[in-house]
Design a protein around this ligand. Structure first.
Ligand code: ADP
Ligand code: MG
Length: 229
């Protein structure tokens, strides 16, 4: 019965999300329709219009991709993962963009770490979303410190992303993971919901600590106890 319960909870989250996604997609679609109509009646689409159309299409694509991560049955290629490698590969991926924004990554990885059981691409997605949020919170630059250490329980690994960004109020902190909660002009407010879903699938924990104007720490706790949902 636990299994059945979990499944129906999942469905309702997806159902909720679908309504939100539809809503979020209607705006860019409206813009696109407007431009097509303009071109039909006046034939005046210029380079600027096309750029806007492209970015609206990108936005739709992005929202749908994030939604699919949540709605799709989970692809399960569960395997032992060295989290240090995963995090390092993401640092390489984000480094040049970070430098452009005067952001530096600093790492402190414990030497002897157990491997965790997980789906590599999904865990990458989790860390990527957290790291992007950290970067977006540091408009004036700074250091993002990433710590990886053994957890309290056997086989556990704790990954901490510590930024020096804008931080969050108590109210914002409460709303973390709520679909479409975003403070960003072009945010979707889906990133952390995706993270929560994936970490929950991994029987892990996701904790947020934040101080307005000081920064935010996001803590992911993973273990070796992944079970297929
Ligand atoms: P998005 O990034 O599209 O806004 P997320 O789900 O990733 O959606 O994040 C939701 C909101 O949580 C953000 O808009 C921001 O207000 C807040 N947030 C998340 N991470 C951080 C962080 N590291 N520092 C400050 N605020 C954050
Ligand atoms: Mg985000």
């Amino acid at each position: 019965t636990e299994e059945v319960l979990r499944r129906s909870e999942k469905l309702s989250v997806v159902g909720q999300l679908a309504a939100g996604v539809a809503h979020e997609i209607r705006n860019p679609l409206q813009t696109l329709k407007g431009f097509v109509q303009l071109n039909k009646s006046k034939g005046t689409l210029n380079e600027g219009h096309l750029d806007i159309m492209l970015s609206e299409l990108d936005r739709i694509n992005f929202i749908v991709s994030e939604f699919l991560v949540l709605a799709k049955p989970q692809v399960t290629s569960i395997q032992p993962i060295d989290i240090r490698e995963t995090v390092n590969s993401l640092i390489v991926l984000l480094d040049s963009q970070a430098h452009l924004n005067s952001i530096e990554f600093e790492t402190a990885f414990e030497a002897e770490l157990p491997q965790v059981m997980g789906e590599p691409n999904q865990l990458k997605q989790v860390f990527l979303n957290i790291m992007k949020n950290a970067m977006e919170a540091m408009q004036d630059g700074g250091t993002i410190r990433i710590e990886i250490a053994k957890g309290d329980d056997k086989g556990q690994v704790v990954i901490r992303f510590i930024d020096q960004g804008v931080g969050m109020t108590e109210e914002e902190l409460q709303r973390i993971g709520e679909p479409f909660f975003t403070n960003k002009e072009t945010g979707t407010g889906l990133g952390l919901m995706v993270c929560q879903q994936i970490v929950a699938n991994h029987k892990g924990k996701l904790n947020f600590y934040s101080q307005l104007g000081e920064g935010t720490t996001v803590e992911v706790i993973l273990g070796s106890n992944y079970k297929e949902a």
